[in-house]
Design a protein around this ligand. Structure first.
Ligand code: AHR
Length: 601
């Protein structure tokens, strides 16, 4: 039996319990959320080369691709030089294959830009070409004026007959012999809220449907980099794209840094969530670290970063943000100092945390400091715990915070996931996640925030560095894993306090959470049957109003069942309506997650 005493409040639920975690991994931004379609647009991949670019021609045109000796900016100081033999109907130039193709839809506008210099005035014909038919579905003529570097922008709209798919590529062709140099060749698809340099709408909408309250950025390992030089050096990710040098990420590819600090913050703004800002804290993944006086420039870098996020136009870095196009400061309550610093074998974190926290608190006393490991000094406000586990482990851990000391720092479960299934988790993982989430909700007086990781994966071969990611996609389509749906349901049906429950005779893989929304007079009851056997329940819920309850059921025939890019909705929530009463005999089938909204008197 399960008794839910809806009038016996136990503990508050954090209004920020569910959020998102992000970093450049699995082609999350380049080849993912960031709407850029051109891969290796500034020829920086793995140390300056032309991967993803191929010679292209029409008729008898030919091209030799070479490296140019200068570029349009200090940050992009090289180029791709094309030695062209062309004329009449013989065209030559280059093709870009995108991130495993380019996603094109019919009747859709694409926004382009390229930097060029040329031996003479000439026209570049830019086209989106179907890989299957070889036909151009969108075209723009770009007049290049001549010998000095200049940016050229263009727009093109795909034909109404274009077939929606990822089987497209870009060609930039020329009809006269000679030389032309190119840099930062960009083509952006449609973006969420029509933001310039923005994000893919489908992925943004999927995140919005998760009802998140914050975004932990910019990592993860991506914050730290393999070396200090390869850290997320935020000052090199702001301002015009041509001034961003790009950098190698620890997940082994070069980041275009089109998703820079301001774009992260605008992503928060678009989803109406708050940034949880992780600042680089003097430790990188291969062990390089800095302490004492040498830490000062990194502390200043963090202070400047906080000023960029929160400062007004009267501050140096607030003014820089205004100059970059965002006059209003962003909200900020939490700053995380580093990431997973328990990996630092030299054990320097207590000192580093202390130095950072003191300096940040001196300038920003209201900010709350998050530590990445348990420490004995520095008075952290919040501890970031990470868990990557199997379903069985998640089942056994669902009660682990019930007895946690309430006098210590609050908890941020800043990375967690049940990891079975690849590239996205299977239904067994969703069961583990749901069991775990019941524990987080029950303990949300101490667990103030949580976010699953990693969030994204490009499902093409070579797109994934970390199996088991919440949302999968290719260049034109996206889907949610069963874990995605479980989380979206849990986060969208959550009260402001937990209420007392008493259970007897339930199987050891049965989990539940009961929270009440005071304003809505609604009980949000979550039932998770992680066993393959049916669970019969005698439900006793005094205080239920007469009327209908709404049930959202996520279930699958087997723990191994899953969603894929080909079968994106094999598993998804089913909604039903039931007449509810205080005492009810109820059955939860095996392998089932249910979220039930029950109106209260
Ligand atoms: O989420 C993948 C990685 O797991 C993160 O980058 C890191 O913080 C953790 O080890």
């Amino acid at each position: 039996s399960l008794k839910v005493q809806t009038d016996a409040s136990v503990a508050p639920v954090s209004p920020m319990l569910y959020g998102l975690m992000t970093e450049e991994i699995n082609f999350s931004y380049d080849g993912g959320l960031y709407a850029e379609m051109v891969r290796n647009r500034s020829f920086q991949h793995r140390g300056k080369n032309f991967s993803s670019w191929l010679p292209a021609s029409r008729g008898n045109g030919t091209v030799e691709i070479d490296g140019g000796t200068d570029g349009p900016s200090t940050a992009l100081s090289t180029s791709m030089k094309l030695n062209l033999k062309a004329g009449g109907s013989d065209q030559a130039g280059v093709a870009n294959m995108g991130y495993w193709g380019m996603g094109v839809k019919p009747g859709t506008a694409y926004t382009g830009s390229l930097y060029a210099k040329s031996d003479k005035a000439r026209t570049a014909q830019v086209m989106l070409i179907s890989d299957e038919s070889g036909e151009a579905v969108a075209k723009a003529d770009v007049a290049i004026s001549g010998e000095s570097w200049k940016q050229y922008t263009f727009k093109m709209t795909s034909s109404a007959k274009a077939v929606a798919s990822s089987a497209y590529h870009l060609e930039v062709l020329f009809g006269e012999s000679g030389t032309v140099e190119l840099q930062l060749v960009s083509l952006m698809g449609p973006t969420y809220h029509d933001r310039a340099n923005g994000n893919r709408s489908d992925l943004m909408s999927m995140m919005a449907a998760m009802n998140p309250h914050f975004l932990r950025l910019p990592g993860g390992n991506y914050l730290e980099g393999d070396t200090i030089k390869e850290r997320f050096n935020w000052k090199e990710t702001i301002g015009p794209l041509v001034d961003r040098p790009t950098h190698r990420s620890p997940w082994n590819y070069t980041s275009s840094d089109g998703m820079g600090l301001l774009e992260f913050l605008e992503w928060c703004e678009d989803l109406k969530v708050e940034p949880v800002l992780a600042v680089y804290a003097g430790y990188s993944l291969k062990g390089e670290h800095v302490t004492g006086a040498e830490l000062k420039p990194f502390i200043q870098e963090a202070l400047d970063e906080i000023e960029y996020v929160t400062g007004d136009a009267s501050t140096k870095w607030g003014a820089e943000r205004v100059k970059n196009g965002h006059p209003a400061p962003f909200p900020l309550q939490y700053v995380e100092i580093g990431n997973e610093d328990f990996f630092d074998k030299a054990k320097t974190y207590e000192d580093r945390f202390d130095d950072f926290a003191k300096a940040i608190r001196a300038k920003y006393p209201s900010l709350k400091m998050i530590t990445t490991m348990p420490i004995t000094r520095g008075n952290p406000d919040v501890l970031d715990d990470h868990y990557y586990r199997t379903p069985e482990e998640m089942f056994s851990m669902a009660h682990m915070y019930d007895k946690t000391d309430r006098k210590g720092p609050k908890i941020f479960v800043g990375e967690w996931a049940t990891r079975t299934g690849s590239p996205t988790p299977d239904f067994g993982a969703a069961l583990g996640d749901a069991a775990w989430m019941t524990g987080m909700e029950r303990n949300s007086d101490i667990i103030i925030m949580s976010c699953y990781a990693p969030l994204f994966v490009n499902v093409n071969p070579g797109g994934m560095q970390w199996p088991s990611d919440l949302i999968g996609y290719d260049a034109s389509k996206a889907y949610g894993s069963p874990s995605y749906y479980a989380q979206a349901l849990f986060a969208s049906h959550l009260g402001d306090h937990t209420v007392k429950t008493d259970a007897t005779g339930l199987n050891s893989r049965f989990f539940w959470s009961a929270t009440v929304s005071t304003a809505d007079k609604m009980l949000h009851l979550k039932l998770v049957n992680g066993s393959s056997s049916t669970q019969k329940l005698s439900l006793d819920i005094p205080g239920v109003a007469s009327g209908k309850a709404t049930t959202y059921t996520l279930s699958a025939g087997s723990r191994w069942a899953t969603n894929t890019i080909e079968r994106p909705e094999a598993i998804k929530p089913v909604t039903s309506s039931t007449t509810w009463k205080a005492n009810l005999d109820y059955t939860v089938p095996g392998n089932t997650i249910q979220v039930i909204d029950i109106p209260l008197k």
